[in-house]
Design a protein around this ligand. Structure first.
Ligand SMILES: Cc1ncc(C[n+]2csc(CCOP(=O)(O)OP(=O)(O)O)c2C)c(N)n1
Ligand SMILES: [Mg+2]
Length: 385
């Protein structure tokens, strides 16, 4: 019986277009109209500034726990640009830039992190799922949507996002396996930002790349420089074209870096070295893209100033919309099922009664205090005498 090395019909490639030092590989440069390049830059900048504003709101006690996407803007935005409007986009929770591109208002992003159900409301006409924090669960939703796309036969594609940590979850592998067997029009994007809270990438897998995991499921894997929006666009276009024309799924590993903390609930200084962050800072996707646009003559200080002013106005309005939202704890019970179960109805009634009681207690306490103060002020002069 022979023993031989098998020739497996799957490829794993790595793609970078714009080197960290700004060198451009002309042969690999994707064709993107100038107007789109400008719009992409504005979206990337808006995403970064939205991120900064949310962090500030959280630090001021005006928002719940926040998960920044600083440094990862190109990885999601490039994919969103490679899709058609009618395609499906299934995010994890660091796809801020892509959601802005797909038409989500800034204040909806704020509402999500503020803990409001309205933060999950998909804008009308947008084929997206809401932000998803349960790790890797969205891989199954994305795969299911891709299956639906295939059954419908309208040439739609689904892109789903997860992180490097999510690749250790069963949901990730089940989704890829199913997508391979059924040859689904799925683009599975892993944002490899090198950390899963405090767990470094090398603890997630002994494999050299995450992209190569596709081989076990019978399709191609592609590693792209996730901080290079041109590489992400080029890679996505290939994967989307393949999916749309019946060629099946692709796993894209977007190699990026989480420049900020995991969420506002953690302190990365406790588990990673500042030097590592410093090493990645020069590869930040935003200045890299800015440099490319300047070289092309599409951006100068004046244009940037106008962009920044427009974003400032949008952000201010978004904060006003966000803070105008009324907090209603009773609404917590209403979003699990289309119709509340008897248990949920009972719990909601209990909370309502409790809140009413509290209101009465608070009003009573207030009345007592005021009465006390009146008596005090009445007594004080007497006592002083
Ligand atoms: C099913 C599940 N398990 C655990 C968690 C807690 N948790 C939140 S984020 C995270 C790490 C995720 O790492 P990764 O997939 O690399 O995404 P990143 O945070 O780096 O974007 C974990 C374990 C969760 N949200 N869901
Ligand atoms: Mg990660």
């Amino acid at each position: 019986m022979p023993r031989e090395t098998l020739s497996i019909p799957c490829r794993v490639e790595s793609l970078a277009v714009l080197a960290a030092d700004g060198q451009l590989d002309k042969n690999l440069e994707p064709q993107v109209p100038d107007a789109d390049l400008r719009k992409l830059y504005k979206t990337m900048r808006a995403s970064r500034r939205l991120d900064e504003r949310c962090l500030m709101l959280q630090r001021q006690g005006r928002m719940g726990t926040y998960g920044p996407s600083k440094g990862q803007e190109a990885a999601s935005l490039g994919v969103a640009y490679g899709l058609n409007k009618g395609d499906w986009f299934v995010p994890a929770f660091r796809e801020t830039a892509a959601l802005l591109w797909r038409g989500w208002p800034m204040h909806t992003w704020m509402l999500f992190w503020g803990g409001y159900e309205a933060g999950n409301e998909v804008p009308p006409g947008v084929n997206d799922l809401p932000t998803c924090v349960p790790i890797a669960s969205q891989c199954q939703y994305g795969m299911g949507i891709a299956w639906g796309c295939k059954l419908r036969g309208r040439g739609q594609v689904a892109a789903v996002f997860c992180g490097d940590g999510a690749t250790s979850e069963g949901d990730f592998h089940e989704a890829l396996n199913f997508a391979g067997v059924y040859n689904l029009p799925l683009v599975m994007v892993v944002q490899n930002n090198h950390w899963a809270i405090s767990i470094p990438r090398h603890c997630q897998t002994a494999a050299q790349t995450i992209a190569q995991k596709a081989v076990a499921y019978g399709f191609d894997g592609l590693q792209v420089d996730g901080n290079d929006i041109l590489a992400v666009i080029a890679g996505t276009r290939e994967a989307v074209e393949k999916a749309r024309t019946g060629g099946g799924p692709t796993l894209i590993e977007a190699v990026t870096y989480r420049l900020s903390m995991h969420t506002t609930a953690d302190d990365p200084k406790k588990y990673r070295k500042d030097e590592e962050v410093k090493e990645w800072e020069p590869r930040d996707p935003l200045p890299r893209f800015r440099g490319y646009l300047k070289q092309k003559g599409l951006l100068d200080e004046k244009v940037e100033q106008v962009i920044d002013e427009e974003i400032s106005a949008e952000l201010d309005q978004a904060v006003r919309n966000y803070e105008a939202h009324r907090f209603d704890p009773l609404a917590f019970f209403e979003h699990m099922y289309a119709e509340m179960t008897p248990d949920l109805r009972a719990q909601q009634a209990e909370l309502k009664a409790y809140l009413n009681r509290k209101k009465i207690e608070t009003t009573e306490a207030q009345r007592h205090r005021e009465e006390g103060e009146n008596n005090e002020s009445h007594r004080r002069p007497t006592a002083a005498r």
